[in-house]
Design a protein around this ligand. Structure first.
Ligand code: SAM
Length: 268
């Protein structure tokens, strides 16, 4: 059981620091934290939160967010975006960015890596033999250190890579056991994983051509979501594209983006 004041303390902390709204997730919070707190020798939620709050950049604060985030993702999720990237966005960028041959694509809530690796495979597929002339590295960020560690190893079960075309499985993955496959170096080096809290000021020196911000804003309150979208807009190149989750909706009166088609937006 989690008492009201204990629950509120966690909800307030997580909302303020990470934007994530857990106010309706009492069962989830208690279910995920209770055992952890007891196993690790804390007297209870307040004792635990003393430790987290007194050292917000410490290990326990990182553990808290590792435990409380929902990281569900999979390869080729929302294929419509990868088709659009390949058929519409990349042909445009190939022309407009031909002078510097530098494409900046950001997977802004990358979770365990399936999204940025899928983007990287689309890029390599699209550019083919010309790929080596371009810098198309994908920046992949997430708040959870646990998923980033997983993602940078690039090890997935056979059922996880099942949605990929056979051609990609063969070319970009190697079997490392009966059931496990690992992304080959060729693929791994195309993705740069970094921890980044979307609530922080953006530290990027250059603007992005494409941002994937999919299935993360569902955890934020409206005000947080539209503030974030405004920052993303500022950090997109003119003509740049934003992809959000296909089940997410945006109020077009509250954004500066041009609507392209459901879940795809553009900076004009
Ligand atoms: C459901 S996953 C989405 C993964 C992928 N984008 C997709 O659509 O399949 C949501 C991810 O957002 C991350 N996240 C939540 N709040 C965040 C924040 N404030 N900053 C950065 N990442 C955050 C979580 O850790 C989680 O890995």
């Amino acid at each position: 059981m989690i008492a009201e004041d204990e629950f509120k303390r966690i909800v307030d902390y997580v909302k303020k620091r990470y934007g994530i709204d857990l106010s309706q997730k009492r069962v989830l919070v208690a279910g995920r934290l209770e055992n952890y707190i007891l196993r690790n020798g804390y007297l209870g939620y307040h004792d635990y939160m003393e430790e987290v709050e007194s050292n917000p950049n410490g290990e326990e604060a990182a553990n808290l967010i590792n435990i409380l985030t929902t990281n569900h993702t999979y390869f080729m999720r929302e294929t419509v975006h990868f088709d659009f990237l390949k058929q519409t966005v990349l042909p445009q960028l190939k022309i407009s960015a031909s002078a510097h041959k530098d494409l900046r694509i950001w997977s802004a809530a990358s979770s365990t890596g399936e999204e940025p690796y899928t983007i990287a495979m689309v890029l390599m597929d699209f550019f083919g033999i010309e790929h080596s002339k371009w810098d198309t590295k994908v920046l992949a960020t997430d708040i959870s250190t646990r998923v980033l560690e997983y993602a940078s190893k690039g090890v997935y079960l056979d059922e996880q890579i099942a949605p990929l075309p056979d051609r990609w499985k063969k070319r970009y993955f190697k079997a490392i056991s009966d059931k496990e496959y690992q992304a080959k170096e060729e693929l791994k080096k195309e993705v740069i994983f970094r921890q980044f809290n979307l609530m922080s000021p953006f530290p990027f020196k250059k603007k992005f051509h494409v941002v994937f911000l999919r299935n993360v804003m569902i955890y934020f309150q409206d005000a947080t979501k539209y503030e974030l979208l405004s920052k993303v807009y500022d950090y997109l190149e003119p003509g740049g594209y934003l992809f959000i989750g296909t089940t997410e909706g945006l109020d077009r009166n509250r954004i500066r983006f041009q609507f392209v088609q459901p879940s795809i937006y553009r900076k004009v």
